[in-house]
Write a protein that binds this ligand. Structure first.
Ligand code: TXA
Ligand code: MG
Length: 323
């Protein structure tokens, strides 16, 4: 299959992206966080294909993306008032809510869980595509499972070229890490930290929701247990430059929010570009990516979460420890 490279700036291309989705094809769509691999909500075959092309374990559920806030009642039921209040404040934007799944919504998207995750993406063009499709779309990140999420079209093609109908190019994602996932079924808690922080959420909830510790509890979504966001070379978190091997030369790279002396082969560390740096180091065949955990990085809960998952041991040992 030839993957079409469509432009978000072209009305025709936007219409074509929507038409492809309507006809049961997979299209990678831009969002403010990362690119998503979209399929029409009502098309179970297309949704099954998402799991296949990503190599995604079937127990990792997908996020439903809606064009308008009201549309979440198409997929969720018994929506608590706090959900509407949160959406009023944060939607469209990088907040995903886990709600009770409505009867009739394909169980495959939720990996059989009685819940459903929903969000309203911030980019106008994303919502325009969804509105043209005429129903919500499901969209996990448009990468092969376990790999760093794609924050530009080149990343999507690196993983999925020839396997999907098209990618709609809106340039690099501004946020660069995935949405905050907030569980509203049972105890309110953050299942995945993101750009919308616990403190931001406290302005509506009245308290900062705790972060779910998936290492010590049964995760609400089994798929949360897997190693994620990782390039094919080791990611090593270091407390200080003293931890670097003495002979490093150009075989490795150091990511740092603080400028380092020229003698280090270093690159800047930011949320928006961290996945791009992972993929760049991989293309350049570095031996390892060292990440300097300065106090500002440690304070960034969302960035630390991705770094720790990327640095985690391989998926197999991870699963055996956590199931
Ligand atoms: O920013 C984002 O959320 C991006 C863009 C494309 O919207 N999407 C994304 O999707 O990151 P994905 O599939 O890579 O991650 C979905 C996350 C997973 O951690 C999954 O476990 C969680 O959402 N999730 C989905 N449905 C859930 C559910 N019913 N209960 C709990 N967690 C759920
Ligand atoms: Mg993902």
């Amino acid at each position: 299959m030839k993957t079409l490279h469509l432009r978000a700036s072209s009305e025709e291309d936007v219409a074509l992206a929507a038409a492809l989705l309507q006809s049961g094809q997979l299209v990678a769509i831009p969002t403010e966080t990362v690119y998503g691999l979209a399929a029409r909500l009502g098309d179970e075959n297309a949704i099954r294909t998402i799991f296949q092309v990503k190599g995604r374990p079937p127990d990792n559920p997908l996020i439903v993306h809606c064009a308008r806030i009201d549309d979440i009642s198409q997929v969720a039921t018994r929506i608590p008032p706090i959900a509407w209040q949160l959406l009023e404040r944060f939607a469209p934007g990088p907040l995903t809510l886990v709600l009770e799944r409505k009867e009739g919504v394909p169980a495959i998207i939720s990996a059989g869980l009685p819940t459903v995750a929903v969000r309203i993406p911030a980019l106008d063009v994303t919502r325009e595509v969804i509105a043209r499709v005429g129903e919500p779309v499901v969209a996990p990140s448009a990468n092969r499972s376990g790999r760093p999420s794609p924050t530009c079209v080149a990343h999507v093609l690196e993983d999925l070229d020839g396997m999907i109908a098209a990618v709609l190019d809106a340039g690099p994602c501004t946020i660069g890490i995935e949405s905050t996932v907030l569980n509203l079924v049972g105890d309110i808690a953050i299942a995945r930290p993101g750009a919308i922080t616990a403190e931001d959420l406290a302005s509506v909830l009245g308290f900062p929701p705790p972060l779910m510790d998936v290492s010590s509890h049964t995760p609400i979504a089994p798929g949360m247990k897997y190693r994620h966001y990782a390039p094919s070379i080791p990611v090593i978190l270091i407390e200080s430059l003293d931890a670097l091997p003495s002979v490093m030369q150009n075989t490795s790279v150091v990511l740092s929010t603080q400028p380092l002396p020229e003698t280090y082969n270093w690159r800047p560390l930011h949320r928006a570009t961290v996945y791009d740096e992972f993929r760049r180091a991989e293309r350049q065949q570095r031996q390892a990516i060292y990440v300097l955990l300065t106090p500002d990085v440690r304070k960034d809960v969302a960035l630390m979460n991705r770094l720790q998952k990327a640095a985690a041991p391989s998926a197999t040992s991870d699963v055996s420890h956590r199931v």
